[in-house]
Write a protein that binds this ligand. Structure first.
Ligand code: AHR
Length: 491
């Protein structure tokens, strides 16, 4: 008997904001230096120092938003180190990640160039942990003030005549840990002070993001808002509230068995629960206090496997191979976000290159698209469309995960089968629309640890799937551990 998935095409949840498919780049391992940034004098083909093939792949992925420079690194980063003539930039130590020396060749202008080339909106994570409100204010002015101030004129002299117009600013990162080991009360007080000094420049009103909970830490959220709002004469600006939610694994990336996969994927159920609870809390705060609604963000998410010393020695900290399991994990995550599209403002997978659940892996001049990349690439079709309600008989994190979106002419459905051992025949039924034709692709591999290596870069890729359309439904088969993506043209 097939498992029946019902897509209620007339029951719209909300628009899938492109930013739910956001990415994150940190000065960590070889994400920035060696990954994206190879330098202008490199023999590796590059565009102004940015690895050319990575830029091309990311442009094709249409990365909607890119967060930088951290992560934990952000709370030790001083933006002035990364501007001006490259040979005069200081050599600083990345004390957070590995104690390595950085020449600051990749700074604000290089990041903006990258965003420009790949079409991403920049999201700057400002240093609250070891910086000052004045330093953040100056960075905003440097980026966004048109001209005439010393800072704006410095930007112009450094090659950017027009202001960057950066809208999205984070204040601190994981301030409960690497960002300052603060209590929620301490962070809220500091947030209010920093937020007060972030200026609107050149018509760009900043969208300010506060550090939210680790996973579903409701205590952090309650105490943060109690302190932020309680007893203050004015409410500081606050637009986004950033939760971090990783899917921790118990194996190194290519050593998973079925039990370890199931254990890791259970985190997606927990993440869904966290989104529902945190959203409900934010709504209750807004109702109770009358403050404007605040977006919930999943600022960092993705798989985090056990590190291997020899792999890290070769490729950098937190470099993890990316397997068909990650392709499924990416679909599990995005499906959660789509099903709760009305509750979320932005979600950033960690990280874009060479770190954790990366979309691209590099070595020397080679750059491969990972299984995660291919899932994200298939699923970019959902962006900007209306998410519609889906019904499945099975648990999404462990048995069958689905999300669907529609426009006037098409319904797009992504299903993930997270069970390594069970093949499923699914029958996708539509209500409120009539299917006409269907085309689709599947990502899978009989080996659950299959990956795209530098020698075999195209082992795990989407392949056309045979799906049949009859009456109001479509039938297809999903191997164990697979992603199925269907584009249904409506009659
Ligand atoms: O993504 C790696 C690290 O994970 C980030 O720097 C930090 O924010 C999180 O703990």
């Amino acid at each position: 008997m097939p498992d029946v998935i019902t897509i209620h095409a007339g029951d719209v949840i909300g628009v899938i904001r492109p930013a739910l498919h956001g990415h994150f780049l940190e000065h960590l391992g070889t994400a920035t230096y060696g990954g994206i940034w190879v330098g202008r004098d490199s023999t590796i083909p590059n565009i102004d120092g940015l690895r050319r093939n990575a830029v091309e792949y990311l442009r094709d992925l249409a990365v909607p938003v890119l967060r930088w420079p951290g992560g934990c690194f952000a709370d030790g980063y001083h933006w002035r180190d990364g501007i001006g003539p490259a040979d005069r930039r200081p050599r600083t130590v990345n004390h957070r990640w590995g104690g390595v020396v950085e020449d600051n060749g990749f700074g604000t202008h290089e990041f903006m160039r990258l965003c420009d080339l790949i079409g991403a909106a920049p999201y700057l994570a400002a240093n609250m942990g070891s910086g000052s409100p004045a330093e953040v204010r100056d960075w905003v002015e440097y980026c966004n003030y048109p001209s005439g101030s010393s800072l704006a004129d410095m930007r112009v002299a450094n090659g950017a005549g027009a202001p960057f117009g950066v809208r999205t600013w984070g204040l601190g990162n994981e301030s409960w840990a690497c960002g300052g080991t603060m209590t929620a009360e301490e962070y809220a007080a500091l947030y209010a002070r920093f937020a007060t000094f972030v200026p609107t420049c050149g018509g760009t009103t900043p969208y300010l993001i506060a550090v939210g909970p680790n996973n579903n830490d409701t205590g952090w959220t309650r105490r943060f808002f109690d302190t932020l709002i309680g007893g203050r004469m004015f409410m500081p600006s606050l637009h986004g509230y950033a939760m971090h939610f990783y899917s921790w694994g118990t194996r190194s990336a290519t050593a998973y068995d079925a039990a370890a996969i199931r254990e890791q994927f259970a985190s997606f159920g927990a993440m869904e629960h966290a989104i529902i609870e945190q959203r409900a809390y934010l709504d209750a705060v807004a109702r109770r206090t009358g403050i404007p609604p605040i977006d919930l963000l999943v600022d960092e998410w993705g798989t985090w496997d056990v590190s291997e010393e020899d792999v890290e020695a070769r490729h950098g900290l937190f470099w993890q191979q990316n397997t068909v399991r990650d392709a499924v994990a990416a679909a599990l995550g995005l499906n959660v976000f789509h099903r709760h599209a009305e509750k979320l403002g932005m979600c950033n997978i960690a990280q874009v290159v060479n770190v954790l659940q990366a979309s691209l892996l590099t070595s020397g001049d080679a750059c491969v698209r990972t299984p995660t990349y291919h899932t994200l690439h298939l699923m970019k079709e959902h962006r900007g469309r209306s998410a519609v309600r889906v019904e499945t008989p099975l648990d999404p994190a462990t048995a069958l995960s689905v999300s669907a979106s529609r426009d006037e002419r098409t319904v797009v459905v992504t299903c993930a089968n997270p069970d390594p051992d069970v093949e499923r025949t699914v029958q996708v039924r539509l209500t409120g629309a009539v299917p006409f034709t269907v085309e689709g692709a599947v990502i899978t591999d009989p080996d659950h640890n299959a990956c795209n290596t530098f020698e075999t870069p195209d082992r795990v890729v989407p392949r056309p799937v045979s799906a049949h359309c009859s009456g109001d439904s479509i039938t297809a088969t999903m191997p164990g551990l697979s992603v199925l993506h269907l584009r249904i043209r409506l009659a």
